[in-house]
Design a binder for this molecule. Structure first.
Ligand SMILES: Nc1ncnc2c1ncn2[C@@H]1O[C@H](COP(=O)(O)OP(=O)(O)O)[C@@H](O)[C@H]1O
Ligand SMILES: [Mg+2]
Length: 268
């Protein structure tokens, strides 16, 4: 099913995931925040990297806030794809093991790592630092970073982890929402197209990022006999006609790719 009307606008932002731009009738609207949800292993990180690599192909500066995994692990994970992540400006916000024992203390911005190229971070083994991560500290660092680097694309992987640390540090859900709102408003003002990744919240709950993002894309995965079945679905997308079908997606040599769009062609 296709919802909405209208022709494809100029200036859409390509997702970098083959077949998905077509589902979006041209791509994402620029300068807006989007949410990418899915369970662990569904491809959120790969999607985020493809989105950033697409920016690099177009000569855009791009930024990654790596929370779930440290940069050297991300680089190891995609080695078989042969992707060159070295141009992705990366904020290593992975707290490391020590921080898990120290949760509760408030993050000082100075204790977060400087933004570096993925290459630089990848070459370095993780230090035994004990940083706590809050949304505030990431926000301040991004503000500073965007003054010197006019990034067009940003991925925060994942908001679930950021919120986990922020909540543990402040203990206030409301503060969490207000802070996410300020951050997203700031990024929109700077015209950064932002992709927040997250685990789907427990059923019935609406996360702050679900309320605040302009669109949501869901990745699913389940075993079908010995085969892993993966799908992608655009759950919500403001400002553009889009395909709402749940479509098969595969992970191959070039990363995530939407398969089998025959039905979509006939509905266009
Ligand atoms: N280099 C790779 N080659 C083939 N498959 C991969 C590779 N990296 C990841 N995958 C597959 O993609 C899945 C999704 O990876 P990832 O994007 O890290 O998931 P998420 O961030 O949602 O936890 C993994 O579970 C794995 O099956
Ligand atoms: Mg991941």
């Amino acid at each position: 099913m296709v919802v909405g009307h209208g022709r494809q606008d100029e200036g859409r932002v390509s997702t970098g995931v083959a077949g998905l731009d077509r589902m979006l009738h041209g791509g994402l609207l620029p300068g807006r925040p989007y949410l990418l949800t899915g369970p662990n292993g569904s491809g959120r990180t790969l999607f985020g990297l493809q989105f950033l690599m697409e920016g690099i192909r177009r000569g855009e500066p791009v930024l990654l806030v790596a929370v779930d995994e440290p940069p050297h692990e991300i680089m190891e994970n995609v080695r078989t794809f042969g992707w060159d992540l070295s141009k992705i400006h990366t904020l290593d916000a992975n707290p490391g093991q020590l921080a898990y024992r120290r949760l509760g203390s408030v993050q000082e911005i100075k204790s977060l790592q400087e933004v570096k190229s993925m290459q630089e971070l990848g070459d370095r083994k993780p230090s035994a630092q004990a940083d706590d991560i809050t949304l505030q500290s990431i926000y301040l660092r991004l503000r500073r970073q965007l003054e010197v680097l006019p990034a067009r694309r940003l991925v925060i992987d994942s908001m679930t982890s950021v919120r986990h640390f922020a909540l543990r540090a402040t203990g206030e859900q409301q503060t969490d929402r207000t802070e996410i709102q300020s951050l997203l408003r700031f990024l929109s003002e700077k015209e950064v197209t932002t992709m927040l990744t997250a685990l789907p919240p427990p059923s019935g709950d609406l996360s702050p990022e679900q309320l605040l993002c302009r669109g949501e894309i869901l990745l699913r995965r389940e075993w079908s006999g010995p085969m892993m079945k993966r799908t992608i679905q655009i759950l919500r997308m403001r400002g553009t006609a889009h395909d709402t079908e749940e479509r098969p997606i595969t992970i191959g040599g070039d990363g995530l790719r939407v398969e089998d769009q025959g039905a979509q062609v006939s509905s266009e």
